[in-house]
Design a protein around this ligand. Sequence first.
Ligand code: 6CS
Length: 315
Amino acid sequence: VTWRFALEEIEGSVQDAYAQEFKRQIEDMSDGQIEIEIYPYGALGTSSQLTELVQDGSIQLAFASPGHLASVIPEVGVFTLHFVLSDDNDVNKEVLSSSKVHNLFDAPYAEQNMQLLGIVPEGWMVWTGNKPLRTPEDFSEFKMRTMTSPILTESYKAYGANPSPMPYSEVYSGLQLKQIDGQVNPIFAIEEMSFYEVQEAMTLANHAQFITTLVSNKEWYESLPDDQRKWLDDTRAELVDYIYQKQAEFNGERLEKITQNSDIEVVELTDEQRAVFRDASMGVRDIYLEAAGERGQEILDTITSMVEEADSGEM
Ligand code: 6CS
């Protein structure tokens, strides 16, 4: 049998590294019974279109990032909020891979005919722009490209920006033609999509992780023979640490590559500067709760208390 697996990112990306290792392990375990076909970004469509293909069963597996998916599943918009996660990404990995957090999303995904298979951090979100962005004032009237979910655009409205949601594939030309002033993505993506070539500055605020989720069609998952479901479940458990290390490696190496190949300015915000953004971001949580309701409240409370507990245990 063939399992079709669609990515929201191009070859060489974090999602591609995940899919390649997933393919290697599953094909190996199944002794050739299962073949994984990987479709990198561009082969099938935008993130939102990939989600539709999973929902209607045309493909079995895909990545679905909350920045887009929250348009369909508001609960998952929690991962687009700023300053919810820990500053320590090891803590985030533990919290996000816990069954406690995972279980909270089972019902919202199931209602959209999807099975949630993993919540995967891909690195800190970094702002790029035609200038550094040190204060909310710097965002005033700034045309910031965001992913397409309305909950996410609220985060940038809260800083005074003028958010322009658009698919990933349109960002480079948007920046080049100056239809937008900036965008936000993890470093590995800023490098592989060449965004740094058409931007003046990168601002590191560590305000959020780029989070994606691995999904499958729900009926497909439920109708898998026991051995196949076990291979799938074992592999996704196995890949939690694998992909966490890969994203750290990719983001580290590519920051070096960017600074070697360009004279883009790299600005790291101080704790005081971050605190101003943190304060400005808090009201967006209410907008999230309006959209995601009681389930959203439980999700936000669970994640914030797990993060707090882990952070205080570490100090
Ligand atoms: O900005 C986006 O739309 C995309 N960014 C990344 C790093 N992965 C997928 C997502 O769609």
